[in-house]
Write a protein that binds this ligand. Structure first.
Ligand code: ZN
Length: 63
């Protein structure tokens, strides 16, 4: 399910305020994630029913 056009441009990582990029998620996710472009942060936020869940508590942390 694609995100609404332009949505990524107004969203930012709630942890570090870097831009987010859309990417295919891991196998245990629902398909798409929004990944923080901040190099020190890089949290991956789930997208549920086409709605980004921008909560640090819900984010997948990088290894
Ligand atoms: Zn971030």
């Amino acid at each position: 399910m694609a995100l609404e056009a332009g949505l990524l441009e107004i969203l930012a990582c709630p942890a570090c305020h870097s831009a987010l990029k859309e990417q295919d998620g891991a196998q245990d996710t629902e398909g798409t994630e929004l990944v923080c472009t901040g190099q020190e942060c890089a949290l991956a936020y789930p997208v549920r029913d086409g709605i980004p869940v921008l909560l640090v508590d819900e984010a997948r942390r990088p290894l």
